[in-house]
Design a protein around this ligand. Structure first.
Ligand code: GUN
Ligand code: ZN
Length: 427
């Protein structure tokens, strides 16, 4: 039987980074009709109610129905070490990240964390993530099995590293190619799962390993490829010394066939003019990780790029300090403010839904409410705490009503989550 969800409905029919808030559509008494995992219709509540009298009605009152959040860059294996104190990127990787990732040699631990991670992120309204696993193939199986059990659309891949990491976390160019290919053939396109070719970043991959990833990507061109780019100045210096022949950091990927549409680069803060121009020309996606960039002290992403290429938004768990895309929108707002730009609530919401989906080349399936799209939805309580409720009391517009939740909301604001047309959390 079809489900009819009633509430305020927020969706987009354009890109507010380009067109401004006019690209958003808000219906204060709206409805979304869901059947067999998909959105069938969206419109005014009264019209949909009378057109579909048989549908099972769930009335969310004044709560806001939106597409579920899409988190375009995470490391699910870093769930347990989130919010570890101190250190900058390279120290932080060596002190906290690599020891934790070593534990994923145990498939039972990988399964425990994968399930914990997806439960946590669903409780924050995130229905799709694009995740790094660890070098262990079983860590990829773990996240895909956990996502499959929940019916989620998930992107993930085996992290490849063949240098500058502890012994227990190293593969080789050949084994990274073989393992990635086997996992890709096992999982890519199964249910709602997509394999992502995942060299961690140039400091931990030899040119031979990057070349092997480039070869694999040419063999499976419809996959995405994810890596890190220019997150901290020390890291950029290190890349310069490791790759003396390369023109710049991006060139270490470009030279090995790892730059084209479908490439996702996390962070991308310290870009040269050539890199910016090539990223735009190639149609690559950048992923802004604002809580991570403040937490690890990386720097201020240039959101001006969002009008020129695909930009997604991400928590970067556990470099990021939160699982919440609400908190991530708040951090994106604050970082843009420090660069002299005030992102409108419609732009923040779009980045966390359709913008991230677009970065993943999945904007026709997820991240928006429109007929034919997959029914991954989040229902937001716009008065989830006394502080938020009192701040919204005088709101005249949806944006005034929504912005306090963006800035101060957490998992208490998540009233319900629908994944593939099924409700996960009872209201
Ligand atoms: N660069 C390479 N690996 C990582 C990681 O795990 N987290 C972050 N934030 N940056 C990275
Ligand atoms: Zn990352």
């Amino acid at each position: 039987m079809a489900d009819l969800l009633l509430g305020q409905v927020l969706r987009f029919d354009g890109d507010p980074m380009v067109a401004g808030e006019g690209a958003a559509r808000h219906d204060s008494h709206g409805a979304v009709l869901v059947d067999q995992g998909r959105i069938v219709a969206v419109g005014p509540a009264e019209r949909l109610r009378s057109a579909h009298p048989q549908a099972q009605v769930t009335d969310y009152g004044r709560a806001l129905i939106s597409a579920g959040f899409v988190d375009a860059h995470v490391h699910y294996p870093q769930t347990a070490m989130i919010a570890s104190w101190g250190k900058r990127l390279i120290d932080w990787l060596n002190t906290y990240t690599f020891p934790e990732e070593m534990r994923f040699a145990d498939p039972a631990y990988a399964a425990e964390i994968a399930n914990r991670y997806l439960d946590l992120t669903l409780s924050y309204g995130t229905t799709t993530v694009c995740s790094y696993a660890t070098i262990h193939p079983a860590s990829v199986d773990a996240i895909f099995e956990a996502a499959q059990a929940r019916g989620q659309r998930i992107y993930a891949g085996k992290t490849c590293m063949d240098r500058n990491a502890p012994e227990g976390l190293l593969d080789t160019a050949q084994s990274a190619y073989d393992d990635s290919k086997r996992l890709l053939e096992k999982w890519h396109g199964v249910d709602r799962l997509s394999y992502v070719i995942t060299p961690r970043f140039s400091p931990t991959s030899t040119p031979e390993q990057l070349a092997a990833m480039g070869t694999l990507w040419r063999e499976y061109p419809d996959c995405l490829m994810q890596t890190h780019l220019s997150e901290q100045p020390d890291e950029c210096d290190w890349v310069r010394s490791l790759f003396p022949q390369s023109r710049d950091y991006l060139d270490t990927y470009e030279a090995q066939g790892l730059l084209r549409e479908g490439a996702l680069y996390g962070h991308a803060i310290y870009l040269t003019d050539r890199e910016r121009a090539r990223l735009i020309e190639a149609g690559a996606s950048l992923v802004h990780c604002p809580t991570s960039n403040t937490f690890i002290g990386s720097g201020l992403f240039d959101m001006g790029l969002a009008t020129r290429l695909r930009v997604g938004l991400a928590t970067d768990t556990g470099g990021g300090s939160s699982f919440s895309m609400l908190r991530t929108m708040a951090a994106a707002y604050e970082i843009a403010q420090l660069r002299g730009q005030a992102l409108h609530p419609s732009q923040l919401w779009w980045l966390a839904t359709q913008g991230s989906a677009r970065a993943l080349h999945a904007e026709d399936r997820i991240g928006n409410i429109a007929p034919g799209m997959e029914a991954d939805l989040v229902v937001i309580d716009l008065a989830s705490t006394p502080a938020i409720e009192q701040a919204t009391r005088r709101a005249d517009t949806i944006w005034e009503a929504l912005f306090p939740t963006i800035m101060m909301g957490d998992d208490r604001a998540i009233r319900a989550v629908w994944v593939g047309g099924k409700e996960r959390n009872a209201p």
